[in-house]
Design a protein around this ligand. Structure first.
Ligand code: DHK
Length: 141
């Protein structure tokens, strides 16, 4: 079974959008780092700008993914629906933010997803995804 690497809104523009905050690396770079970190375990990187699609992927993960690494992007701070979907998932969940959300606007300091996540990584750039994958593997034993 796979590890899902789920990405929320606007992360399709990673590398182009506000590079001073999110860096110049792309989601393809994220996928490569995650695959390296996972070794033999397959990873599946997905991105959507649609909240319902994200929820459907989290539901799908119940049967298909051993663990989830999720950067919910703006839904971190707004979405009870994403939290509820993650609460219906039984495997390890690690929340990742590329930027240090705690150094930014106050509305980014609260995360609904953190109520479910087994760990949270913020401000380490895209390296955070690779560390999150390693943590998922550790939690899976
Ligand atoms: C990405 C976003 O798009 C923001 O909405 C979050 C997160 C932070 C990140 O740092 O990866 O507030």
């Amino acid at each position: 079974m796979t590890i899902y690497i789920l990405n929320g809104p606007n992360l399709n523009l990673l590398g182009k959008r506000q590079p001073e905050i999110y860096g110049r690396e792309t989601l393809e770079d994220v996928e490569r780092l995650c695959a390296e970190a996972a070794g033999e375990v397959p990873v599946k990187l997905l991105q959507t700008n649609w909240e319902g699609q994200m929820i459907d992927w989290i539901h799908e993960a119940r049967d298909r993914a051993r663990g989830i690494v999720i950067n919910p992007a703006a839904w971190t701070h707004t979405s009870v629906a994403v939290l509820d979907a993650l609460n219906a998932y039984e495997g390890p969940v690690i929340e990742v933010h590329i930027s240090n959300v705690h150094k930014r606007e106050a509305f980014r300091h609260h995360s609904y997803v953190s109520l479910r996540a087994d760990g949270v990584i913020a401000g380490l750039g895209i390296e955070g995804y690779a560390l999150a994958v390693r943590r998922v593997l550790t939690l899976l034993g």
